[in-house]
Design a binder for this molecule. Structure first.
Ligand SMILES: [Zn+2]
Length: 181
C-alpha cells in the first residue's frame, strides 16, 4: 500500500469537478487505489478522503467515521455517489485534511440516503445520519470542487479566511484569477 500526499487548498484539483468512474475502470487498479486511499486517510487521522485530495480527479471516497476507534472500524468505499434523499439540518464544526489545523461550522443535511457503487461496481444504498451523514456530504463536495471556503457562511467564513492566510501551507498564488479571498 502507498500513502499518498494530500494536497492543501487551493490546489487546482480541489477546485474542479471530478469525473465519474467508468465501468472499464473497475478492477484491480481501482481496488489498489481504494486501499491506498484508506491507508492515507488512516495515517492522516482523517475520517474521510476524496480522490481529488490525492490529485486523482475521480468520483471515489473512503469514509470511516469510527476511526481512531479501530476496533469498531467500518470502512466505506464509495464510487460515483449520489444523494437521493435528504432531510433536516445539522451544524457541525468541520475540519478537512486539505485545510490542516483549521475548522469551521458548516450546515448540512441531518439525514440522507446515498446511492453509489461499491469497489466491485455493484450498486448499493445507505441511510446515514449524524457524523456519517456530515462526512458523506463533506467528501462529496470535494467531487464537485466545493471546499470549506465555499460552505462557511458569514463571520465564520471571514474568520476561516483570516486563519487560512496565516497557514504556512497556504499558497495564494495557486488561487484562480477569478477567486479573491
Ligand atoms: Zn475535506
Amino acid at each position: 500500500m502507498t500513502v499518498h500526499e494530500i494536497v492543501a487548498y487551493p490546489a487546482p484539483v480541489l477546485l474542479q469537478k471530478a469525473a465519474a468512474v467508468t465501468e472499464a475502470e473497475f478492477g484491480p487498479s481501482l481496488l489498489a487505489l481504494i486501499s491506498d486511499m484508506a491507508e492515507t486517510m488512516y495515517v492522516s487521522n482523517g475520517i474521510g478522503l476524496a480522490a481529488p485530495q490525492i490529485q486523482i480527479s475521480k468520483r471515489i471516497l473512503v469514509i470511516d467515521v469510527e476511526w481512531p476507534d479501530r476496533e469498531d472500524s467500518n470502512l466505506y468505499a464509495i464510487i460515483n455517489p449520489e444523494i437521493v434523499d435528504a432531510k433536516g439540518e445539522i451544524v457541525f464544526e468541520e475540519g478537512c485534511l486539505s485545510f490542516p489545523d483549521l475548522t469551521v461550522p458548516v450546515q448540512r443535511h441531518a439525514e440522507l440516503t446515498l446511492r453509489a457503487q461499491d469497489p466491485s461496481g455493484k450498486p448499493f444504498e445507505i441511510q446515514a445520519d449524524g457524523l456519517l451523514s456530515i462526512c458523506i456530504q463533506h467528501e462529496m463536495d470535494h467531487l464537485d470542487g466545493i471546499t470549506l471556503v465555499d460552505r462557511a457562511r458569514g463571520d465564520h467564513r471571514v474568520e476561516l479566511i483570516r486563519q487560512l492566510k496565516e497557514q504556512p501551507w497556504f499558497l495564494p498564488e495557486l488561487l484562480p484569477p477569478d477567486v479573491s479571498l
